[in-house]
Write a protein that binds this ligand. Structure first.
Ligand code: PMP
Length: 420
């Protein structure tokens, strides 16, 4: 099996996965909400941070902090080295060929905007076409719309079926001589669908078209090997991988990054400045203007170390067992409808309850200490496809337990008692 496209049906068993032991690493999971144990099922929005990452942040702040790249004093050298180490950890995590192919950004949104400004504004022209999918998060739609409006380019959209799978045949039909760029979500945040990105990347490359993958919902569940995928860009955020907010990465192939224009101007991204002319620094620095999120990047490095030590395949196998259990239990509740039933899914369950608004569902579940997300999940085209304004979404992590699925089921039944 190609490690870049690990399916969520790995041979690895979930039986020996000790979620209880893992939970002990996460102080926040001990919280009580109004006297009830916290049942945290909003992991697709942000996952929680283990003590190991918190400790790493504390160690950095208490013994290693200074600004980087700018001084010869001890702390600056240590901070510079630790920031570089974090880049190397991320390089290893996604199996990039070179560390300079990893750009630290403020998150997935920032990474995508970097590609839009750096690549799109330089290379996309009037009449060109950009292919996106119905499953995209708004952060992989709006920047491209802004570009299309500025340039007179056109967005073409891959449709989905009623299970929430992309219609790959239709994707292939969208290619023509005007196609210049493809943006693809790896895993849908609204539905959990895992897209066949390897096939879709290969198809785009047969037409000589670069592909950006939004991996915000993938890198915590699927082994990412950017060389095997051969994607041109890959983006994700630390806060969905048990890391801090305010940092993410953009992986880009070195030659492409070198060909691009900078996104933000300022300190550190320059080789020399006069009022007549600025010469830009080499990658990755060309794309990291100003003081970067040093502490957060170092915390991100610790977070991927933590996940890698558990093993992404083991995490995936365990989460699949939670998904299967939760799907079965929710399907048994009359009036509950699961939105998004693709064969390949991460542990995300979007659902509606007949006659009850998702916001009310979230509010009543919260009274039981259960955290789910309600709304359009920044994926309004997905909601439009299913003809719903919003859904409730339970998204599981490897520290969730079957008893928490049971708590969700009991909570949903309670919601129905309150409103029906
Ligand atoms: N893409 C997807 C698929 C997401 O789920 C999210 C976060 N909800 C984003 C992009 C944006 O990530 P961030 O807010 O960390 O920039």
């Amino acid at each position: 099996m190609n490690s870049a496209i690990v399916s969520l049906k790995p041979e690895i068993s979930a039986d020996d996965f000790d979620a209880e032991k893992i939970r002990a690493d996460f102080p926040i999971l001990k919280l009580k909400i109004d006297g009830k144990p916290l049942v945290y099922l909003d992991n697709a929005a942000s996952s929680q941070m283990p003590q190991q990452v918190i400790d790493r942040l504390v160690r950095y702040q208490t013994t290693q902090h200074a600004n980087i790249n700018r001084a010869v004093h001890y702390l600056s050298e240590v901070a510079t080295m630790e920031y570089h180490n974090a880049r190397c950890k991320l390089q290893q995590f996604v199996n990039a060929r070179e560390d300079r192919e990893i750009i630290f950004t403020s998150g997935t949104t920032d990474s995508i905007n970097l590609v839009m400004h750096g690549y799109g504004r330089k290379f996309i022209k009037a009449g060109d076409e950009i292919i996106l999918t119905t499953l995209e998060h708004h952060s992989n739609i709006v920047p491209w719309q802004m570009l299309a409006n500025e340039k007179g380019a056109k967005i073409r959209v891959v449709p989905i079926n009623d299970k929430g799978d992309l219609e790959v045949d239709e994707y292939e039909k969208l290619f023509n001589e005007r196609t210049k760029f493809v943006g693809l979500i790896h895993v849908s945040n609204a539905l959990g669908t895992i897209n066949p990105i390897k096939h879709m990347i290969d198809f785009a490359h047969q037409h000589g078209i670069p592909v950006l993958i939004d991996g915000a919902q993938a890198a915590q569940h699927i082994i990412i090997d950017v060389q095997a995928l051969d994607c041109d860009f890959y983006a994700f955020s630390a806060h969905k991988l048990c890391g801090p907010t305010g940092v993410g990465i953009l992986y880009g192939k070195a030659a492409l990054l070198e060909s691009m224009q900078p996104f933000k101007g300022g300190g550190d991204m320059i080789a020399s400045v006069t009022f007549e002319e600025t010469l830009y620094n080499t990658i990755p620095h060309k794309f990291e203007a100003g003081t970067p999120p040093i502490a957060a990047a170092i915390g991100f490095g610790a977070a991927v170390d933590y996940l890698a030590a558990i093993g992404i395949e083991r995490i995936a196998a365990y989460e699949l067992s939670l998904l299967n259990y939760a799907t079965e239990r929710l399907n048994d509740i009359p009036g509950v409808k699961i939105i998004g039933t693709a064969a390949e899914k991460t542990a995300v369950i979007s659902f509606t309850i007949d006659g009850i608004h998702p916001h009310d569902i979230g509010t009543i579940l919260n009274q039981d200490g259960i955290a789910v997300r309600t709304g359009h999940h920044c994926a309004q085209p997905v909601m439009q496809h299913f003809n719903v304004p919003a859904t409730s979404r339970a998204s599981f992590a490897f520290y969730n337990k079957k008893t928490e699925v049971d708590a969700l089921v009991a909570g949903i039944k309670n919601v129905q008692k309150v409103f029906l």
